[in-house]
Write a protein that binds this ligand. Structure first.
Ligand SMILES: [Ca+2]
Length: 412
């Protein structure tokens, strides 16, 4: 489909290229109609008598989580839709519009450029379609076969409410239990007082939305560089099964896209970002802790549980390892330094603008992810939105692994 202009176009003056000769176009189309070709190929720009017909249509929302023709909803609230189109004005034609959806419901069935979509109560991918037809009129009657038709489609990824997670399971998928950091008994038992979870409990609450990642939704692009499945615990080398549920804060996706831009500006191959870990379920983290005999309880409130953290590498050569970004011939944790600078720049900019996407960052020598064929140093970013007790961005570790030299995070 032709990409529609950035601003809504209904009511604006049509492009002169196709209003020049409406009669010629109508005559041409009438011939096509009698020849039995009811709908011309109007999905793109079609040549008509030496001019062109631009018939582009897009369904738009005001939500920033819309990318191209895919929309990721943060909850199950209704969402307003606007059909943005540029259609030829053909003399003697009537315009008819029909909306459809294969899940949930739409408020207006026909003829309105605006509509409201009510998502289904449980996680789904819904195809919403708006079909516009231009129907010829003759002798005061509208003929049944359109001269031109076109469709716009929006795929909506809507979540299940977090309340459907019961006893650690949702829809037959095991996720485990999210601990409540406001539970005083729990705080006492886990010795959480003074921890970030206790100081900022609003950032560590059970997710309000859980997305289903399956064969339908996995490959849907949700931003320029990421598909929904990139954030799931599901890799070619580590599959938890075809279906799973995950939390995802779209703010994290926006931050990673900002980071790609920042890396590109720094001369790094930002487009080659590869996520090692996005969402990690409480069940997965608990199982890991037991296996690794980690009793730190840190993982009980990792930002990964809430879809607000990502571990990533830059991997331009596709060897599944961080690239040798400092060009010393070795792949070490210090190859994360150019990435840390980008994260620092970005977090400082968010803070300067009063944004909420700033967060923690850390580096590690190995991802300890045995199912992955090779180990790699990596970098963690998140969108926690709070600072440490001294008012600094939270960064770790304090010293470089191996040499033990202190890391001056502000001056890297
Ligand atoms: Ca290196």
């Amino acid at each position: 489909m032709t990409r529609a202009p950035a601003s809504p176009s209904p009511g604006r003056r049509p492009d002169p290229s196709f209003v020049k000769a409406p009669l010629a176009a109508a005559a041409f189309l009438a011939v096509a109609l009698t020849a039995g070709s009811g709908a011309l190929a109007a999905d793109a720009v079609s040549p008509i008598k030496g001019t062109t017909v631009d018939f582009s249509m897009t369904i738009r929302t005001s939500l920033s989580s819309q990318y191209d023709n895919t929309l990721l909803l943060e909850n199950n609230e209704p969402v307003s839709l606007l059909l943005d189109f540029q259609a030829p004005r053909l003399a003697g034609c009537e315009q008819k519009l029909r909306w459809r959806c294969d899940n949930g419901r739409l408020e207006f069935a026909d003829s309105e450029l605006r509509n409201r979509f009510f998502p289904p109560p449980a996680a789904a991918v819904t195809a919403i379609e708006a079909e516009l037809g231009l129907f010829p009129r003759r002798d005061g009657l509208t003929l049944p076969t359109p001269l031109l038709t076109n469709k716009a489609m929006l795929r909506v990824i809507s979540p299940s409410p977090g309340s459907l997670l019961q006893m650690g399971e949702i829809d037959g998928c095991r996720i485990g239990d999210f601990l409540d950091p406001t539970d005083l008994g729990l705080r006492r038992n886990l010795n959480l007082d003074g921890s970030y979870a206790a100081l900022h409990p609003d950032r560590f609450l059970s997710p309000r939305a859980l997305y289903l990642v399956d064969d339908v939704s996995r490959n849907l692009p949700i931003s320029r560089h990421f598909r929904l499945g990139d954030f799931a615990l599901d890799f070619p080398w580590f599959s938890l099964g075809k279906r799973q549920y995950m939390a995802l804060d779209y703010g994290l996706v926006r931050k990673l896209e900002d980071l790609v831009d920042e890396m590109n500006r720094a001369g790094l191959p930002g487009d080659k970002i590869r996520l090692l870990f996005g969402f990690r379920s409480p069940a997965f983290s608990a199982e890991r802790n037991i296996r690794e005999a980690d009793d730190s309880l840190q993982a009980s409130f990792s930002l990964h549980l809430y879809g607000k953290a990502a571990d990533f590498i830059l991997d331009a050569d596709g060897d599944l390892r961080l690239d040798d970004l400092d060009h010393d011939g070795q792949i070490t944790v210090r190859d994360t330094i150019p990435l840390i600078r980008c994260v620092n720049n970005l977090d400082r900019r968010y803070r300067a603008k009063g944004g909420s996407l700033f967060g923690g960052a850390g580096v590690a020598v190995r991802h300890e992810f045995p199912e992955r064929p090779v180990q790699s140093p990596y970098i963690h970013v998140d969108t926690r939105g709070f600072l440490d007790e001294k008012g600094n961005l939270i960064r770790w570790p304090d010293r470089w692994p191996g040499t033990g030299d202190p890391i001056d995070w502000d001056r890297l």
